[in-house]
Structure formats: C-alpha cells, structure tokens
Design a protein around this ligand. Structure first.
Ligand code: ADP
Ligand code: MG
Length: 309
C-alpha cells in the first residue's frame, strides 16, 4: 500500500462526507463482512414523536404527560425530547393539580441508561426539597423498583406489538400512564441496506428498543436479523459474539450507548449527526448522517486498495 494512494483515498472520502481517522483504516473497512446497525438515530430519524398518552384508570392523560415531561426535560434521549416538547405546558405553568412545570421543578434527577429516568417533581403543595418521585421508563425496570404495572400492561404491549416505542410513567408506587412514541425510518435507509447487501455484507439491526418496534423498522428497511432489547452495556457483547463466530464486524451508531460497541468492532462508523462520544469512539464519521455513506465508504476502500495492489 503506497501512502500516497491511501492519502488520495482519505481525501476522496472527505469530499464525500466520510471522515477517516487514519489512512490505515481503509484496510479495516475493506475487510468487514457484517454490518451491525443501531436503530434509533442511525436507521431511524432519531426524532421521536409522541403519538398517544395512555392513562391508567382514574388518571388523566394530561397529568401523565406533564409529570413525565417535568422529568424528561432534564434528560437527553430522543424519547425525552419528544415527551418534553409535546407537553403543552410552558415553563412555569401551573396545572389544575398545582404541578408547576419548569426546568427547575424536578430535582434529584437520575438517568438509568437503557432503562429510564427518575426525578422528584415539585407540586404547589410540596415544600422545597419535597415532591413526588416520578419514574418514566421500561416496565421491567419499574417492576424492579417495586411498581405494579399490570393495570396498563395489556395496552402497553399492544402499542409495542404495533411497532411503537412506549414507556410507562409511575409515581407514588403505582403506574399512572404510558407514553407512546414513533420514530420514522430515514428516507435513505432502505436503499442503504440494499447497497450494503449488494456489497456482500450481512446487515444486523441492534437496539435497546422493544422487539415490536425493532421488527417494524427492520421490515421497512429489509433487514431480517434483529437483536432487540439490548442494554447499552450489552451492545459490546453482541459485537463480540459475532466476532467469535468468525465475522468481521462493522458497527454503525450515533449514541452514547453505542460508543463501546463502536470501539470494539473491527470498524466503527459514527453518524456525524450523533453524539461526540460516538464520533470519538469510531474510526470513521459519516458526516451527513446518511446511512448510504456507509456503503460508499466500503466501495471507496475497495477501490483505493485495488489500485494499490
Ligand atoms: P436505542 O438502542 O434504541 O438507542 P436505548 O438503549 O437508549 O435505545 O434505550 C432503550 C430503552 O430504555 C428505551 O426504549 C426506553 O424504554 C428506555 N429509556 C431510555 N432512555 C429513556 C428516557 N429518557 N425516558 C424513558 N425511557 C428511557
Ligand atoms: Mg441510536
């Protein structure tokens, strides 16, 4: 491999919106045969929209949304952004129940990656430092906290089976409602998957989301291999398992929760529209956030190295 040809290759990559960390990475790029794709923000737009609020018996959907939003406005996940921006309440508004919504109105906030968020929401009746402990997240996680989710479980499961992403909201030890969200597939994802397959790569969809939402997205883009409901820490294990079976794995992702898998894959590709943590962990950045650039990077590496040999 002549250094000049490799430099020309990386230069051409930059023109195409593919930032390559070093010329030697083109070798790794050419060698991959399996491509693991993160779902949220990579295959899908990563912009969730709230489409429904389910309320447990005796609860109001409006209240469920306002409490959930009060906590989620302190979080960064696409789920959090959708819930926070869907809440009609403005900063400082007080609802009929005396709940004040404002960025300073939830305290003791904590995010559990891949599980959910918790915070204490102040009401008009609670003094400073007091309030209602609100949890928003996966039912399995809520149950671990001793919350009975059975009152809403059937409707929740139906929403997931229908391809949505849903989280439950709970306070005072009971589930109060659920927020149903959808995240559309990017327009170019289907074509990108077709191109990757045409290059001889085996696509695998990897997500922390539920199997229903994962299957719906996979079907839309034409992927048959799906690994769903994977905790952030376990994404690495999925990559390792594929590598142990002899695969040369490229991983494409955008989130903080993808960083370790991007670093441990044979080739890590970060969406330029994603988090800095993912970009730092990856070998290659797809500046345009367009999955078709992943196929383009592979073609580029093959062409560059074919010229060299
Ligand atoms: P992905 O791989 O799709 O980016 P994550 O691992 O980030 O997914 O999240 C997986 C699941 O964890 C979500 O589908 C949701 O159930 C839960 N979750 C993560 N962040 C939040 C949040 N801010 N609020 C509520 N639930 C959350
Ligand atoms: Mg993601």
């Amino acid at each position: 491999a002549t250094p000049t040809a490799l430099l020309v290759g990386t230069g051409r990559g930059a023109q195409l919106g593919i930032l390559i960390k070093g010329p030697e990475i083109l070798e790794q790029t050419r060698a991959v045969d399996t491509v693991v794709l993160d779902k949220t923000g990579t295959v899908t737009q990563g912009r969730m929209a709230l489409v429904d609020v389910l309320a447990a018996p005796g609860e109001s959907p409006d209240e469920v949304l306002r409490y959930a939003a009060a906590v989620e406005q302190l979080a960064e996940h696409p789920i959090a952004q959708a819930i926070a921006s869907a809440s009609t309440s403005r900063d400082g508004d007080t609802g009929a129940d005396g709940v004040v919504i404002g960025s300073d109105q939830a305290h003791d906030f904590q995010a559990e990656p891949g599980r959910g968020v918790v915070g204490v929401v102040r009401t008009a009746h609670s003094g400073v430092g007091l309030g209602r402990r609100v949890l928003v997240g996966r039912p399995t996680w809520l149950r671990e906290q001793g919350i009975d989710t059975s009152g809403l479980q059937d409707r929740f499961d139906a929403a997931e089976a229908d391809g949505a992403t849903a989280v439950m909201a709970a306070w005072d030890g009971s589930v109060r409602g659920a927020l149903v969200l959808r995240d559309p597939v990017k327009e170019t994802s289907r074509q990108a998957v077709d191109e990757l397959r045409a290059l001889g790569l085996r696509p695998v969809l990897l997500t922390g989301d539920n199997p229903g939402a994962a299957q719906a997205a996979a079907r839309e883009v034409g992927i048959t291999e799906v690994v769903a409901q994977v905790l952030p820490a376990d994404k690495v294990a999925v990559v390792a398992r594929l590598q142990a079976s002899g695969a040369r794995v490229a991983m494409v992702g955008d989130g903080v929760n993808d960083a370790a898998a991007l670093a441990s894959a044979d080739l890590g590709l970060a969406m330029g529209t994603g988090t800095d943590v993912a970009i730092e962990a990856a070998d290659l950045t797809l500046v345009r956030g367009d999955l078709r650039s992943a196929a383009q990077a592979i073609r580029l590496s093959r062409r560059t190295l074919a010229v060299i040999r």
